[in-house]
Design a protein around this ligand. Structure first.
Ligand code: IPE
Ligand code: IPE
Ligand code: MG
Length: 235
């Protein structure tokens, strides 16, 4: 029997190279990449995917030029404004993970509003990782946990993996079953470090702006045939 992937996480990489191949500025690639999300999202319900998590901006992406960073921030704002109605209509519940402190106030208020407007939806859960880094997330969780220990809300001996997971940005998410990275790079670049302990990985050469629902469905079918062991010896 083939298994469904409840939670698929995607490292949407290759926008810059896609633009470069066309002699265009990198932001043209980011715009084309943003347009791909809807098709993949729409493919989720029929494929049995309940959670889709996409990596949009990492804690390390601030190292890029100011032009690219501010262009991306503008794109995120435009994207939220443009897609809100379609997301509501499609029953998509949207949530963001990552550190909002460093993001501009207008963007953060759009993110909060979108989370609120879609909070009653249940067809599919879209999580957008924005200013997200796995190490940063675990560090922030450790800080919050330490604060609770300081104030006596939590005893050190009661800290378990489950308790720690509850402090992560992803506390509302199941662990990813499948992590896909486009653009041919075989690394995880600080994405969902804790949560992906037993995820299956797929690294594909396609650049993100060229990634289609068809390819997505092929990867899901391949996932369905994989044997997951979680450290056990299967009978
Ligand atoms: C991924 O595409 C999008 C972001 C990191 C924001 P890239 O911009 O990393 O594209 P390449 O890797 O340079 O082709
Ligand atoms: C990972 O891609 C981050 C996102 C897709 C948002 P990068 O392009 O930033 O990763 P590296 O620099 O190739 O590791
Ligand atoms: Mg890249």
């Amino acid at each position: 029997m083939s298994q469904a992937a409840d939670h698929v996480a995607i490292i949407m990489d290759g926008n810059g190279r896609w633009a470069q191949q066309r002699g265009k500025p990198r932001l043209v690639g980011h715009r084309a990449g943003a347009r791909r999300v809807r098709e993949i999202l729409e493919a989720c319900p029929s494929a049995g995917v309940k959670y889709l998590t996409v990596f949009a901006f990492s804690t390390e992406n601030w190292k890029r030029t100011q032009v690219e960073v501010s262009g991306l921030m503008l794109l995120f704002k435009r994207y939220i404004r443009r897609e809100t109605q379609a997301l509501i209509d499609d029953g998509v519940r949207v949530r963001f993970i990552g550190d909002r402190m460093k993001l501009d106030k207008v963007l953060v208020s759009l993110m909060d509003e979108l989370e609120l407007l879609t909070s009653q939806n249940f067809v599919v859960n879209l999580t957008v990782a924005l200013n997200y880094g796995g190490r940063d997330e675990v560090t922030r969780a450790a800080q919050r946990m330490a604060r609770d220990v300081e104030t006596g809300k939590l005893a050190a001996k009661d800290v378990t993996a489950e308790v720690l997971a509850g402090f992560l940005d992803t506390h509302f998410l199941p662990d990813p079953d499948l992590v896909i990275r486009t653009s041919g790079e075989a690394r995880i670049s600080n994405f969902l470090l804790w949560q992906s302990a037993y995820a299956e990985y797929e690294f594909v050469d396609t650049l993100w702006p060229d990634f289609t629902a068809n390819e997505f469905n092929q990867l899901l079918a391949k996932f369905g045939k994989r044997e997951r062991k979680f450290g056990a010896v299967l009978a």
